[in-house]
Design a protein around this ligand. Sequence first.
Ligand code: SF4
Ligand code: FES
Length: 236
Amino acid sequence: MLFRIKRFDGEKEYWSEYEVEVRKGMTVLDALFYIRENLDGSLAFRVSCRMGVCGSCAMKINHKPRLACETQIADLKSDVIVIEPLDNYKVIKDLIVDFDGFFKKHAKVKPYLIRKVENYEKPVELIQTPKQLDSYYQFALCIKCGACYSVCPASATRKDYLGPAAFASAYRFIKDSRDEGKEERIPEVACDGGVWRCHFAAECSEVCPKNVDPAKAVQKLRWEAVKHSIRSLLRW
Ligand code: SF4
Ligand code: FES
């Protein structure tokens, strides 16, 4: 099977081609390791868990963002496999892109439980019902692979746009019954580069390997932002 891989050496882009003998059950990640270990030791790609959990191996495979470790070559039903780095990120080398901006935007939405009073001396158990867990569980499945951001038209055109993964994370914590940080988190997502800039192309939900549905999170956050504005007006 022919693998065409887009390369970048820090100065110029070019394409490399490799013939790989494909075995039954082989993933795209297996093929990349085969290439690096047997054909070209200079090929750079990012990987960690090899089991669809860490989000490190997202890349464009036959023109669609996918996790290389979860993509069976046989399922692609193609004689040529084209591999490129994710769009909307600066490429560092070959298939490795710079996630710095992605994680900075994620940090802006305060992706952690916020409590008004923390009592570490006498910790209390925060009980949650299965129904309360259900209200945000889908959004907690995000593995920060960045695939959603790579297909988002708003992310492509605005550097300050927070992006689908950050919104999914914000909604995950806003809906968590143990969280008390909604009032400080909503202004972060309703800012100039926030949810109102979404074009609602919904490509993010289409490509998400974990079915997180960030487009749904954006719609829910818009409604939360409206309610927040009404609450602020009534207080005033
Ligand atoms: S929402 Fe989906 S596509 Fe986006 S970073 Fe999370 S897991 Fe990846
Ligand atoms: S290597 Fe962790 S998700 Fe693919």
